[in-house]
Design a protein around this ligand. Structure first.
Ligand code: HEC
Length: 212
């Protein structure tokens, strides 16, 4: 019973704060909970914002011009193999850029990205039978034809980077290194469909698989 007033007061505050001033238009500045004169520097902090004005610099601009001959180290893309899939003579590279370490971790990463970004259309096996087929997207090609098996890795990189025909670019979703990892996994998918009995090196595995 003691809490009745408290609860009522709380409900009144809640109701007013949610519904009270909705839709009201005011030309006056909003009420300041922490006025600047009492709490100097809290709301109007002395700082520069982008594109702002500055009295300190002679040209009056906050943004400072980049010194001449500056090269961004983050966006320096001078490795054509890595960033364009091209060799020095402009042809598509075969194999993977020297800057990358091709190992099982790279395949694993490629598999993860592939399953997120490519599988919906190209299917888990890369045979073009992804879920989107059931919804009417029938034109997704399989990776298991000779043209795509022979295609240079650099050209595959270009397809993922810029898209091709009906396929969109994945440059905004996959970093260049990730695109290479996906290509490595696509290669693994292709290889998986072309295995022969000769690939099974272990004699006991051969027996258990019923191979000669
Ligand atoms: C929304 C569906 C869709 C997704 C997702 C998708 N693709 Fe495709 N992909 C297509 C279609 C459709 C084509 C056929 C494009 C054409 O030739 O018009 C294609 C073609 C290709 C080709 C063959 C290009 C050629 O030279 O013929 C490759 C390689 C490929 N995709 C790789 C990928 C990779 C790798 C991913 C994931 C990063 C991916 N695709 C994601 C729909 C998709």
């Amino acid at each position: 019973m003691r809490n009745v007033y408290l609860v009522t007061a709380f409900l009144v505050v809640l109701t007013v704060s949610i519904f009270g001033f909705r839709g009201r238009i005011s030309t006056k500045p909003p009420i300041e909970v922490f006025p600047d004169w009492a709490f100097p520097g809290m709301k109007q902090q002395p700082k520069y914002k982008h594109q702002g004005e500055s009295k300190f610099f002679a040209d009056g601009r906050v943004d400072r011009p980049i010194p001449a001959n500056t090269v961004s180290r983050d966006e320096l893309r001078n490795d054509d193999a890595l960033f364009a899939g091209k060799a020095a003579d402009g042809s598509w590279i075969r194999g993977f850029p020297a800057a990358l370490t091709v190992d099982s971790a790279m395949i694993a990463h490629g598999r993860e990205r592939f399953n997120i970004y490519c599988q919906p259309c190209h299917g888990a096996l890369g045979d073009g039978n992804g879920i989107t087929k059931q919804y009417g997207m029938g034109a997704t090609p399989t990776y298991h034809d000779d043209r795509l098996r022979q295609m240079a890795e650099g050209e595959l990189f270009n397809t993922i980077t810029h898209g091709k025909g009906n396929m969109l670019s994945y440059a905004d979703k996959l970093l260049p290194e990730e695109r290479w990892a996906v290509i490595l996994y696509v290669r693994a998918l292709q290889r998986a469909q072309t295995g022969t009995a000769a690939d099974v090196a272990d004699a006991s595995a051969k027996t258990s698989l019923g191979l000669q």
